[in-house]
Ligand binder design. Structure first.
Ligand code: SF4
Length: 345
């Protein structure tokens, strides 16, 4: 792990030598331009943002012009950038700056976070680029860089991991050069330490990055933990007259649509509904089956019945026990049938 101070120094040196220096919003400390670019860059790539940024500035050259514009015009200029709440917040924010702050942006990250649509990381970026404040940014790209360089485990969206990352981001801030440092973090995340295939050999942290050393670039940052798989349990009644098994065709849609399956439900009700005379019933061992979205426990009950009066009714088939498992039944049902066929008593 790199020493804290050397992280900032290395990043600043790399940004100055290999970072981006000619983006249209760089070279200005005007908080209006910085703010506009930061909001546009949320969830949107630089190449997409540039023409929007330029058109927007041409139409709304300062915060007063934006505040005075009708919201419809603002949204028109945003069309195609997506996440339209950003445009509405931008407009509200401009109006608040004019009405509450006399047309001037607050000069601290803390003050900026009070405004609509400006979160902690965006506020820090605006404060760093416009006013030179030592404030930490932590957007998705920066989280990825920090998780990889320092080997931070856990899903970054989890509260405890998020807190740890903010502490780390703050502890890494340089005493001087916050602008190049902040830009360096953004540049590294966007150009080298990318989500898919990071370009590690060109990285200023190539010799110290935990993810690179351990070959875990694809594992870090960790993905959102999967939600627990829902569990379902269902009783299947395997009805046999000793040589045949009753199967019923499922409706075309839904689970196992169109396939032959034993009746599902409480044995007494199932048998009564079909006018069958029960000899005896016994439970068989449960069987688990995993589907994509849930796990099903099949609770089979084997019921012997007196010979049925009709062997084929609409949607119902009495098939030989020995071959029923291969009659177009779902996999777990085939397993149940084989179990019964191999030891019917
Ligand atoms: S060495 Fe690779 S994984 Fe580590 S920070 Fe650099 S680009 Fe990202």
């Amino acid at each position: 792990m790199p020493k804290e101070q050397s992280f900032a120094q290395r990043l600043i040196a790399w940004q100055q030598a290999a970072g981006r220096h000619d983006l249209p919003w760089q070279g200005s400390r005007d908080p209006y331009r910085v703010w506009l670019s930061e909001i546009m860059l949320q969830q949107t790539q630089v190449a997409t943002v540039i023409p929007y940024y330029q058109r927007f500035l041409a139409s709304f050259p300062d915060v007063g012009a934006l505040a005075a514009a009708p919201i419809e015009r603002v949204v028109e200029h945003w069309a195609g950038l997506g996440y339209y709440a950003r445009a509405r917040n931008l407009h509200r924010c401009a109006q608040q700056i004019v009405t509450v702050h006399g047309g001037f942006f607050p000069k601290t990250a803390a003050g900026l976070t009070e405004l609509p649509g400006i979160g902690r990381s965006t506020a820090a970026a605006i404060a760093a680029f416009s006013f030179g404040e030592r404030a930490a940014i932590l957007d998705g790209n920066v989280k990825r860089v920090l998780c990889r360089v320092f080997g931070i485990a856990g899903f970054p969206g989890a509260t405890a991991v998020d807190r740890k990352l903010w502490q780390l981001a703050e502890s890494l801030l340089p005493e001087t050069g916050i602008e190049a440092y902040t830009q360096g973090l953004m540049d590294l995340g966007a150009t080298l330490c990318t989500r898919g295939t990071p370009h590690c050999p060109a990285c200023p942290f190539a010799d110290s990055c935990v993810a690179r050393r351990e070959g875990r670039q694809k594992e870090l940052p960790e993905a959102r933990p999967r939600a627990p798989v829902p569990e379902r349990r269902s009783t299947f009644v395997l009805i046999t007259d000793g040589t045949r098994l009753l199967l019923e065709r499922r409706p075309p849609s839904g689970l196992w649509g169109g396939l032959l399956v034993p009746p599902e439900g409480e044995p007494d009700e199932v048998l009564a509904a079909r006018g069958l005379v029960t000899v005896d019933c016994r439970k068989l061992p449960d069987l688990q089956h995993a589907f994509t979205h849930f796990r099903l426990t099949l609770a089979p009950v084997l019921c012997r019945v007196a010979a049925p009066s009709a062997l084929a009714e609409a949607g119902r088939e009495w098939l030989p026990l020995a071959t029923a498992a291969s009659a177009g039944v779902p996999t777990p049902i085939a397993r149940l049938i084989r179990q019964v066929a191999s030891a019917p008593d």
